[in-house]
Design a protein around this ligand. Structure first.
Ligand code: NAD
Ligand code: UDP
Length: 309
């Protein structure tokens, strides 16, 4: 039984990760300040003997005995990470620093939940890990994008300078049950709007693309990366299926049998025009690729939202 710290464990991805780690028989310490996460996501785990919840902010140092750390604490939805931009950058940097110090002290392995946002608005398509990105340092997404980039740098520096056993994954748009209905991200927005019969908000002309990975597939890749003894990354984890936002809206309307109309809203600045992961490295090093098609994952997610709204 390993002692595993999951920061951001009460969030969307983090709560699914806690489920998986408990299922594998580990002792899980779920740390969260409940900024975007909620106790509802982990209430079913509180009675498990191997699970503990600690309300804490990763911007402050934290001490415990651990074998592994998954560092996920950070708001991921643009409206939330832009609500307190300075706070977001501090979470990225100080959170990574504090958790790396903890890993160093314990000789623990530590995995950073990085993001496809490190590629910014990419000029290379699809994006391999070797692509260095096209990121604006002074835009509304910068607090998050540059925060995540410097966190990767800190991970690399702790690895080289202090020999810390680091792992970096770059997560591409992930969706599934336990997304917050008010989260603001596209999959949850479209499903909630369709189920309520409200207008579907297409930002810009809807021709921008994203590649959507179902959360169970992501968790499998994340787990494999942590358990891999000789590959530090960074590695892309995402589903290479690429869709425009108009295509996504059409699928959601069809699967919910909704009569909602599409309305067009201004495109937020620096919104990447396209995004698709090159997952050759994940296939080679982790023998991982996603198995859940967008429509199948949307059906599961729609069922979840039907239950909560
Ligand atoms: P989320 O907002 O649902 O979860 C983030 C969790 O971190 C929440 O529980 C929140 O309360 C907690 N948190 C935020 N700031 C904190 C702080 N200072 N101290 C302690 N806890 C804090 O987001 P998510 O989609 O579950 O994303 C999880 C991680 O994965 C994030 O690091 C995000 O950047 C990364 N990621 C997610 C996606 C995606 O599509 N879901 C894509 C790329 C990267
Ligand atoms: N988007 C949209 N309508 C919405 C929410 C988002 O058209 O109600 C678009 C958004 O402009 C972006 C894409 O959907 O081009 C994905 O947005 P999301 O916030 O989910 O993720 P990110 O931009 O961080 O990839």
């Amino acid at each position: 039984m390993k002692r595993i710290l999951v920061t951001g464990g009460a969030g969307f991805v983090g709560s699914h990760l806690c489920d998986r780690l408990i299922k594998e028989g580990n002792h899980v310490i779920c740390l969260d300040n409940l900024y975007t996460g909620t106790m509802d996501h982990i209430s079913h785990l509180l009675s498990q003997p191997g699970f503990e919840f600690v309300e804490h902010d990763v911007r402050e140092p934290f001490d415990t005995k651990v074998d592994q750390i998954y560092n996920l604490a950070c708001p991921a939805s643009p409206p939330f990470y832009q609500e307190d931009m300075v706070g977001t950058s501090k979470t990225c940097f100080l959170g990574a620093l504090n958790m790396l110090e903890l890993a160093k002290k314990n000789g623990a392995r530590i995995l950073q939940a990085s993001t496809s946002e490190v590629y910014g608005d990419p000029e290379m398509h699809p994006q391999p890990e070797t692509y260095r990105g096209c990121v604006n340092t002074v835009g509304i997404r910068s607090c998050y994008d540059e925060g995540k980039r410097v966190a990767e740098t800190l991970f690399f520096s702790y690895h080289l300078q202090h020999g810390v056993d680091t792992r970096i994954i770059r997560i591409f748009n992930t969706y599934g049950p336990r997304m917050n209905p008010d989260d603001g991200r596209v999959v949850s927005n479209f499903i909630v709007q369709a189920l309520k019969g409200e207008d579907i908000t297409i930002y810009g002309d809807g021709s921008q693309t994203r590649s959507f990975c179902y959360v169970d597939d992501l968790i499998e890749g994340m787990y494999r990366m942590m358990e891999n003894d000789d590959f530090c990354g960074p590695v892309n984890l995402g589903n290479p299926g690429e869709f425009t936002m108009l295509e996504l809206a059409e699928k959601v309307l069809r699967l919910t049998n909704s009569k909602s109309r599409l309305i067009y809203c201004p495109l937020p600045s620096d919104d990447p025009t396209k995004r698709r992961p090159d997952i050759s490295l994940a296939k080679e090093k982790l023998n991982w690729q996603p198995g859940i098609k967008l429509e199948d994952g949307l059906v599961k997610t729609i069922d979840y939202f039907k239950g909560i709204i």
